[in-house]
Write a protein that binds this ligand. Structure first.
Ligand code: ZN
Ligand code: ZN
Length: 876
């Protein structure tokens, strides 16, 4: 039975049993910021089990995409070495939300495995929690399992809990006996043994209790069921193979790898490990990128990068020097798209993300691996089996070579890594960095802020409601030190209890404005939010002086803030439009919201096409014209997540957050300042689309008056051009087309003429008028080529034809008479072009000069050209 069929039969089986079939949720948990990746089928129902969310149905079934990359048993390093560990896997599950309980859950599982999958019941074993007599009895009495095959296990194996507190309960597991052959041979060998013989295939979790912080457990009023069965293991069992990698979930990928690397699987263990690593990792990479994760140096992106780099390194172990790993995505997608249609939608994107990382990393690898190998050889000769910390540090510091990779290589070579030495080198570098910083004013100011924030100082932000406020000065900073008093001319930082000034954050620039009282005036040039809720005004004291504790009036410059608001709200509209038009993988990677423009960086792998840019621009303008209300709602973080608000990955949010909601179009967490209705934005215009880094694009845009000014500037440019070319603006394209055509025609003509000239003018021999005296030839020849450059190249031809001699070339170029004298190199000791040309130049009313072999002159008297040329022969 094919894995596609197994997956489908599972879902069908539970549908028939009254379960609602639901789609797999994303690998990025939507409602759980504490979790890196979805690692079980129950993740998408977590809030349902916690009673915080309504269940989608009393019973549900899914085939869930899962990732497990951390934790003891799922150490990335294990993957590929064994036949059972995976980074990415699929979990088949059935769920009861306070509906059925142990009886049905056990009966369903048994029926599915023995009747639908037709697994030999003799090979199935059962484990239950030590104290769960109920489950043990069901297995024995209802199902008819011999007591000898029902094993009672402890908390570690058969008790499940969501956390310290909350739902928990016993589990029951179904194990498959792989046979004597796989036994460790110990007399105690059985279910629960660490060896390979008994393989757990299905875990049934009975959520029965609610655990309080005190540890006390009370029965849940409506107990629930959560089950999980790895499709990879089930497929191996059903298909009668020992290794998960020999099931049809992997064989097409293995075959593709064999074909690409030119090696056969199953001949040599080292090769096999690498092939399995590639097969596992390409599935993980394909699915992760498909769900919007991109390689980076932190968070989820870092996990992805580690997986990719491990795969690439194993590719290299198989002899691959060129990028090829990315090509394997096609096979994965082909095998999986029927169950996960989202993959096909991002097919090209996924391939290009992997390809880019692969190309870059192969270069790093090449340099780094060479260094490590040399080091290992050197150490071996010296009788050591340890890679020194400084070497690891150098690799890391100069090549960005990952430390865990050094550890892997060391392990393979039976070497150790001096991690202590490495840490020491790292700390040393940090220290040096710190010392270099010390003494700079920036750093001192930073320390002051930190100190103030730690003392609990914060400023209340009033700027959502208005641009004016009165407040008390709590801190003054001058020359990077706290000051009691400041005076005229000082550059200072000023902190008040309350302020309407927005401190730079979330991409939005800080406010400018005035702070004053009867004897003090300060121009605020910038407002920052360096720590927590500390808002710091920076600027120069224009007049008077000030002491801490005094009251001041704060006024935000409306000409600065107002257009910033338009740009900020427009940024949210743009983000939503990008996701709508380009796809869900679009994630904000950075932004700048200034009064005169906005800039938005986002994950996307290829340039946004001209049409898409227009579609995005149109969509944003549509939403502006709809004049939608822009709601700002303060609420708890958890609650905000439930509304589906987009939070920026990696951004830290407090318990209370502001949700910015623009109708149903956009919901994001944002503390910035915004318009009240989208109509205020007026007009949105994209000015540029470009690339920032691999996989990150940038859109720059203007809004409102800024957009109008931008369009006017373009228009003025066009009108100026039209005037110059004497056509209407709308006829410019045709005019320019015609001009380009004409230019091409002219260029062609010129080149033909040049050829003709080279061949001896219009049929006439250019040497016709040549004279000779004492073995030196003289020639004056007129040409009607139109420009000096052409005349000069004509003179080249003349002198080369003439040989040992002196030539004068003349012509009318750009309304002037032009003369060029050329002297053959070998006679420049006797004849000097610069000398010869002088009297001739005078005749045409100009002057000239040059080198001994070539000189040029120009003059206004065109009518004297002929005369000048004739006089050449006379003077020679
Ligand atoms: Zn054993
Ligand atoms: Zn925002």
């Amino acid at each position: 039975m094919q894995s596609k069929e197994i997956r489908e039969k599972f879902l069908q089986f539970f549908e028939i049993k009254g379960h609602k079939r639901l789609r797999s949720s994303s690998l990025i948990p939507e409602n759980d910021p504490t979790l890196f990746f979805t690692n079980a089928g129950m993740v998408q129902f977590k809030n349902v089990f916690l009673g915080q969310e309504k269940s989608p149905a009393p019973r549900a079934t899914t085939s869930q995409k899962c990732m497990r990359v951390s934790g003891k048993h799922n150490d990335l390093e294990n993957v590929g070495r064994t036949h059972r560990h995976h980074t990415f896997f699929e979990m088949l599950g059935n769920f009861s939300f306070g509906d059925y309980f142990k009886n049905e859950a056990i009966a369903f599982a048994w029926e599915f495995l023995t009747q639908v999958m037709k697994i030999d019941p003799k090979r199935l074993w059962i484990s239950v929690f030590r104290e769960d007599d109920e489950a043990a009895l069901i297995w024995e009495k209802e199902i008819g399992i011999p007591v000898s095959k029902i094993v009672r296990l402890g908390e570690k194996d058969n008790f499940w809990s969501m956390g310290e507190e909350g739902p928990c309960g016993p589990c029951s597991e179904i194990h498959f006996d792989l046979g004597e052959k796989y036994s460790c041979g110990k007399p105690t060998c059985g279910v629960g043994c660490d060896c390979e013989r008994f393989m757990e295939i299905w875990n049934l979790v009975f959520m029965q209790f609610d655990r309080k912080a005190s540890g006390e457990m009370t029965p849940l009023p409506k107990p629930s069921v959560d089950t999980g069965m790895g499709l990879e293991r089930l497929a191996a069992v059903v298909q009668g193979v020992y290794s998960n990698y020999s099931s049809d979930l992997f064989t097409p990928i293995l075959q593709e790898i064999e074909r690409r690397v030119g090696k056969t699987y199953g001949k040599d263990e080292k090769t096999d490990i690498s092939i399995r690593v590639l097969a596992d990792h390409i599935r993980a990479c394909t699915f992760l990128i498909g769900d919007g994760v991109q390689p980076s140096n932190e968070g989820r992106g870092y996990v992805l990068r580690r997986i990719m780099r491990r795969a690439i390194r194993h590719g290299r172990l198989l002899g691959m020097r060129e990028p090829f790993f990315y090509l394997l995505t096609d096979t994965v997608i082909k095998e999986m798209e029927s169950a996960y249609p989202e993959l096909n939608k991002h097919k090209r994107f996924i391939g290009s993300v992997i390809q880019a990382e692969e190309t870059r990393f192969l270069e790093t690898l090449e340099k780094g691996l060479e260094m490590i190998q040399q080091e290992i050889e050197a150490q071996r000769k010296a009788g050591s089996s340890c890679i020194p910390g400084e070497v690891v540090f150098k690799l890391y510091d100069t090549f960005g070579f990952p430390v865990d990779l050094v550890q892997n290589i060391a392990e393979e070579e039976r070497f150790t890594v001096d991690m202590e030495g490495f840490e020491l080198a790292m700390t040393g570098q940090r220290e040096t960095g710190r010392r270099a910083w010390k003494g700079s004013g920036q750093e001192r100011v930073g320390l002051v802020y930190q100190e103030l924030a730690q003392r609990g100082l914060r400023s209340e932000f009033l700027g959502y409601e208005g641009l004016h406020a009165e407040s008390k000065v709590v801190s003054l900073i001058r020359f990077g030190e706290l000051a009691k008093e400041v005076k005229e001319g000082d550059e200072i930082q000023l902190i008040t209890e309350k302020t309407p000034f927005y401190g730079e954050s979330g991409g939005q620039v800080g406010d400018k404005g005035l702070i004053s009282n009867a004897h003090f005036k300060m121009e605020v040039q910038d407002t920052q939010k360096p720590f927590g809720d500390l808002i710091v005004h920076s600027g120069r004291v224009k007049r008077g002086g000030l002491k801490t504790g005094e009251a001041v009036k704060l006024e935000v410059d409306r000409h600065h803030r107002s257009p910033t608001r338009l740009n900020h709200t427009a940024t949210h509209l743009l983000h939503a439009a990008l996701r709508e038009i380009l796809g869900d993988h679009v994630r904000q990677a950075g932004s700048l919201v200034a009064p005169d423009r906005l800039r938005f960086d986002f994950s996307h792998f290829e340039p946004v096409s001209e049409e898409d840019v227009e579609r995005i621009e149109s969509r944003v303008n549509e939403k502006i014209r709809e004049d939608l209300p822009v709601q700002k709602i303060e609420m708890g973080y958890e609650e905000a997540m439930k509304t589906g608000a987009m939070a920026l990955f990696g951004e830290k949010y407090g318990d209370r957050v502001r949700v910015l909601k623009i109708d149903d179009f956009s919901t994001e967490l944002c503390g910035g300042t915004h318009v009240d209705r989208t109509g205020e934005i007026g007009f949105f215009k994209i000015t540029q689309e470009s690339s920032v880094a691999a996989g990150i694009r940038r859109i720059e845009a203007v809004t409102g008056p800024g957009a109008l000014a931008y369009c006017r500037k373009l228009e003025r440019g066009l009108k100026g051009l039209a005037l110059q070319l004497k056509v209407g603006v709308e006829d410019l394209p045709q005019k320019v087309d015609r001009m380009t055509d004409q230019q091409k025609k002219l260029e062609k003509e010129i080149s033909q003429l040049r050829q003709k000239l080279a061949a001896g003018g219009s049929g006439q021999n250019i040497l016709d008028g040549m004279r000779e005296k004492d073995g030196v030839k003289f020639l004056a020849v007129k040409s009607d080529v139109g420009d000096v450059k052409a005349l000069r190249s004509f003179s080249d031809q003349v002198i080369s034809k003439l040989g040992r001699g002196v030539a004068l070339v003349g012509g009318v170029t750009e309304g002037k008479a032009t003369l060029i004298v050329r002297v053959a190199k070998e006679i420049t000791d006797k004849y000097k072009a610069g000398e010869i040309i002088k009297p001739l130049a005078a005749l045409i009313g100009g002057s000239g000069g040059g080198r001994p072999d070539m000189a040029q002159a120009g003059g206004p008297q065109i009518e004297k050209l002929e005369e000048a040329m004739m006089s050449f022969y006379d003077s020679m």
